[in-house]
Ligand binder design. Sequence first.
Ligand SMILES: NC(=O)c1ccc[n+]([C@@H]2O[C@H](COP(=O)([O-])OP(=O)(O)OC[C@H]3O[C@@H](n4cnc5c(N)ncnc54)[C@H](O)[C@@H]3O)[C@@H](O)[C@H]2O)c1
Length: 260
Amino acid sequence: MDLQDTRAVVTGGSRGIGEAICLELASRGVEIAIADIDEDGMADTVDRIETETDSTAEWYYVDLADPDLVDERTDEILDDLGGVEILVNNSGIMGPTAPLEDVTVEEWDQMMHVNLRGQFLMCRAMLPTMKDAGFGRIVNIASITGKAPLYNRAPYATSKMGVIGLTRTLADEVGEDGINVNAICPGSVEGPRIQRVFEKQAEARDVPYEQVEEEAKAESPIGQLVQPEDVAGVVAFLCTSDADRITGQDLNVSAGRVMY
Ligand SMILES: NC(=O)c1ccc[n+]([C@@H]2O[C@H](COP(=O)([O-])OP(=O)(O)OC[C@H]3O[C@@H](n4cnc5c(N)ncnc54)[C@H](O)[C@@H]3O)[C@@H](O)[C@H]2O)c1
């Protein structure tokens, strides 16, 4: 499918991977609705889309931890867009880096609410419109941490494995409605977020920051971290007709760190 003149809702488009996804889709002619809690960040992404591409974008304050707000704002988004072909569930929080016995119920719940229930809520809101149109492309951002263990990160890993489960079962459920559902599992993506993760890992293990970063790179057969644009390119690919017969998959974009 040529993506020109399609419409996408992207969560977490205010920065990082989500911003790169918005710019990649917009560069292919996709009209973008960004759903996020960072208003300044969203406004900056909208500015970038409008100056760097020929497409248009709008932002909406959507706290994925608030189901009523999600329902209210997604109605507004669908009214404004007049339909939707693409949903990218990218928003996610890091949550605690701590031994499991030190994780609080509040931290656990917030992690699941944003990273997992938020994706369910967004899918639930977009599916009726996609089913009516007989077409949809949903891309859920998971993580290789859903597959491979990451020290002291059980809540995050659990939420991301949940995203893979959601992806597989939803793909099975809506395939006959013309809706493909896939997940992407990024490895360590260069940027401020992974710096924070490495800092916390270094602190927890009492080793230097550089050691954690070097270990992450060394786990890649090509000795590299991932770039946000690498993930954005795969999101766009999964929305094109080249990926019409790809559904229910979890694709690693991890510089080879995970191979299953
Ligand atoms: N950066 C990495 O190395 C990496 C690796 C694997 C997976 N991921 C996943 O990729 C996605 C994007 O990561 P990133 O590195 O760009 O992170 P980031 O922290 O830079 O961006 C996360 C985005 O989610 C938004 N967000 C946070 N809480 C929200 C809420 N309650 N409601 C709505 N939006 C909310 C933030 O405002 C932000 O725009 C996340 O799902 C993350 O788990 C990242």
